[in-house]
Design a binder for this molecule. Structure first.
Ligand code: FMN
Length: 368
């Protein structure tokens, strides 16, 4: 095969891989990560094949078409780099040990970079596709390509979030490496499960933030708390509101929004053990309206936690830690350690991430 046809085949493979990757949330994470790495390597090869573009960049007249092409390639380069860096930051399989700041919402950067590269790719294809297809076929193929990519980015994650049933084997996913966590420690969590009267036939979709193990319903935060308990062997306790939240996810978001807007702290059932006897509180909560649920804030305000350390672990649907860390800091005098955000769909595979995180926190705590 000569260079020209190799180049064409590479372009076709890259295009197919791009669509496969945009629908990536629907496929197993390791497959998405490995194909992402292959895609990046092939993009580098594509650039080597097309190095003539870089040589000619400052030559000749800069007509509108050439300018637009250059801007589009620049946007493509920036967004592919952002995809790569954010992909490494949220990687669980290929780069599990790479530890880049938790203060940045890498997942949202990954999604935004995917959208930017989609736009850039579309313009790039419009510029160059005539090498491969001409006439009507070109326009039909462009429309199909655009609709396919938009579906990959927006519809697949939506389907995954709202229709993908999450069944787990709790025993199995909670087990793993143990970490010696110094000081007396308790994991305190707040979850919809335990604060909602779910019927046993509730759908186990991550959008509704529940998982199922046989007939058992487990909340996202609750599962993280079980993992934390298995990692550290610490005590565990759940925050319960007197009045349960509605079974309907949308209704719960409305009530939680009103509580936040009007500054209403829901009445809690007084069943938490005294936090006074603990050195460290691993606080596990869902992000609600970009911040702490009012019930969690209420616990922080009602207990004097001066001299203790809070280790925040937050589960979210794309918002990262939001403003919740600032909310913790302004609600308590406790020291607040590094935090760990966990995307809701990643929870079943997050056991190792949690032990790595807690090992790091313990090392920092014992050093100072
Ligand atoms: C009332 C409510 C508000 C939420 N607000 C946000 C939000 O602002 N940002 C976000 O990323 N996820 C948000 N979510 C999604 C939850 O943080 C996520 O599904 C979490 O994993 C739920 O944990 P749980 O099952 O233990 O309750 C919200 C969920 C609910 C129920």
């Amino acid at each position: 095969m000569n260079n020209a046809s190799l180049k064409k085949w590479l372009d076709v493979v890259l295009l197919i891989m791009f669509f496969f990757l945009t629908g990536g949330m629907f496929f197993p994470t390791p497959l998405h990560e490995v194909s992402g790495c292959i895609f990046i390597l092939l993009v580098i090869v594509h650039n080597v094949f097309n190095k003539g573009f870089y040589r000619g960049i400052f030559k000749g007249d800069y007509l509108f078409r050439k300018k637009l092409n250059a801007v589009c390639i620049l946007l493509f380069a920036v967004s592919i780099t952002a995809l790569m860096v954010s992909g490494i930051a949220i990687s669980q399989t290929v780069f599990p040990d790479v530890d880049i700041s938790n203060d940045i919402n890498w997942r949202s950067i990954h999604l935004s970079a995917a959208i930017c590269s989609l736009v850039a790719l579309f313009i790039h294809i419009l510029f160059h596709a005539k090498r491969y297809v001409k006439g009507k076929v070109f326009y039909v193929a462009s429309v199909i390509a655009f609709v396919g990519a938009v579906a990959g980015i927006f519809i697949m994650p939506y389907l995954d979030r709202w229709y993908h049933q999450v069944y787990v084997n709790r025993e199995k996913i909670v087990q793993g490496e143990q970490v010696t966590f110094h000081g007396k420690t308790i994991a305190v969590y707040f979850s919809r499960v335990g604060n909602t009267n779910f019927s046993p036939d509730v759908d186990a979709v991550s959008g509704a933030s529940v998982m199922k193990d046989g007939d058992d319903i487990i909340g996202n935060t609750q599962m993280l708390a079980y993992m934390v308990q298995n990692v550290t062997g610490c005590d565990i306790a759940s925050i319960h509101t007197e009045k349960p939240y509605p079974k309907d996810y949308g209704e719960t978001t409305k009530i939680a929004g009103t509580e936040r807007k009007e500054g209403v702290y829901p009445k809690l059932i007084n069943d938490l053990p005294s936090l006074a006897k603990y050195d460290t509180i691993i606080l596990i909560y869902p992000l609600w309206w970009h911040t702490l649920p009012m019930a969690v804030e209420s616990v922080l305000r009602e207990n004097n936690l001066e001299g203790k350390t809070i280790v925040p672990i937050v589960t979210h649907g794309g918002g990262g830690t939001g403003e919740s860390i600032d909310a913790i800091k302004s609600s308590t005098k406790a020291k607040v350690s590094d935090c760990l955000p966990v995307y809701s769909s990643d929870i079943p595979a997050s056991r190792q991430t949690i032990s790595d995180f807690l090992k790091r926190v313990d090392e920092i705590q014992t050093r100072f």
